[in-house]
Ligand binder design. Structure first.
Ligand SMILES: O=C(O)[C@H]1O[C@H](OP(=O)(O)OP(=O)(O)OC[C@H]2O[C@@H](n3ccc(=O)[nH]c3=O)[C@H](O)[C@@H]2O)[C@H](O)[C@@H](O)[C@@H]1O
Length: 333
């Protein structure tokens, strides 16, 4: 009996100790909660915390980390091609499928951290010409490797001489009416007699366009055709929008150029729709600038030539008057 009481009293003691410990723990935790609460409310810390959260939320909503910043490429991003159509290209295309990770190897897109931008291998036909040589400079400056294919019908080596010796530049004398096989990622097809003086000797370049489209199909390259505002012929609508079909005389003296480019556009779109080739078409309007040929009979060239002739005639008249004056002075003296 005695031992039982002792046992009970021992039990009671241990229960009391546990109870005290629990009370102590509760007291400690309520004290620490009170301390944290006091700490948070002291000096208006909570208000500052809430303001901080609000600013951070606003910032990340305005500039989300995963946002893709795409600058439109003035050369290749015409945006006129139907994006729903299938394409043969497997490299450098943007994919939003899968794990949500957006592959941004596409030109002009942001490259995922830690990956280097892929340098493209590009062929530029007609790259020794006026427009082509500037395009080559631009592509090389961007870091791409460029192969120029030109038969020098109207192009000049001087337009590219500053690139000679550059390891990312190659020049091949070749007529695109003959097929050529090159491993490239993109094709810029500019080779074409572009001025009335020249295209009457070498009218169209439909065969060259077919060869280059064939190359694009074989190697899965993206294809850009430099077309012309001449596809609108003698337009009845001003200014011309892309959807305007033009007003072209099919049998006139300039028709070889207009219709040649129209055929080239048709072929490009057929290769795109039928074979999935990724194509771009740029309709170039009258261009002017350094390296342009001022005697090739085009609108801008004619205008520049006329202005220069006019200026020369004014200068010679002035000189004549100055010399006449001097001469006159000389005689009288
Ligand atoms: O404004 C436009 O509409 C034209 O602009 C440029 O023509 P552009 O640079 O002004 O003319 P050129 O300086 O004569 O350049 C044409 C280049 O193609 C080359 N070419 C021409 C004809 C040919 O059969 N093969 C070939 O390689 C010429 O040698 C020359 O380097 C484009 O090259 C044309 O395709 C476009 O139609």
């Amino acid at each position: 009996m005695n031992s039982e009481l002792i046992h009970r009293s021992n039990n009671n003691n241990s229960n009391n100790a546990q109870q005290q410990q629990q009370n102590q723990d509760q007291h400690d935790s309520s004290r620490s909660t009170a301390t944290i609460t006091r700490f948070s409310f002291r000096d208006q810390r909570l208000i500052f915390l809430l303001i901080g959260v609000a600013i951070a939320t606003l910032f990340f909503n305005t500039f989300p980390l995963s946002q893709q910043q795409r600058w439109p490429d003035p050369i290749i991003d015409s945006g006129s091609v139907n994006a729903d159509l299938p394409t043969r290209r497997v490299l450098y295309q943007t994919s939003t499928k899968g794990d949500g990770f957006e592959t941004a190897m596409k030109l002009g897109g942001k490259v995922p951290l830690g990956l280097k931008a892929k340098r493209l291998r590009i062929v530029v036909t007609g790259g020794a010409g006026f427009v082509g040589s500037h395009l080559v400079d631009r592509l090389i400056a961007r870091g791409d490797s460029v192969i120029v294919v030109d038969n020098f019908f109207t192009g000049r080596k001087e337009n590219l001489v500053h690139q000679f010796g550059n390891p990312r530049f190659e020049l091949i004398r070749h007529d695109v009416v003959e097929p050529i096989l090159l491993e490239v990622d993109q094709i810029y097809h500019l080779a074409c007699p572009a001025s009335p003086v020249h295209y009457k000797f070498n009218p169209t370049n439909v065969v060259g366009t077919l060869n280059m489209l064939g190359l694009a199909k074989r190697v899965g390259a993206r294809f850009l055709l430099t077309s012309t505002s001449e596809v609108y012929g003698d337009p009845l609508q001003h200014p011309q929008v892309e959807t305007y079909w033009g007003n072209v005389n099919p049998i006139g003296v300039r028709s070889c150029y207009d219709e040649g480019k129209r055929t080239a556009e048709t072929l490009s779109m057929d290769y795109h729709r039928g074979l999935g080739i990724e194509v771009r078409i740029a309709r170039i309007f009258n261009t002017y600038g350094p390296r342009m040929c001022i005697d090739d009979g085009r609108v801008v060239s004619n205008f520049v030539a006329q202005v220069i002739t006019y200026l020369i005639s004014i200068c010679s008249m002035l000189c004549f008057h100055i010399y006449k004056y001097k001469y006159y002075v000389y005689i009288y003296s």
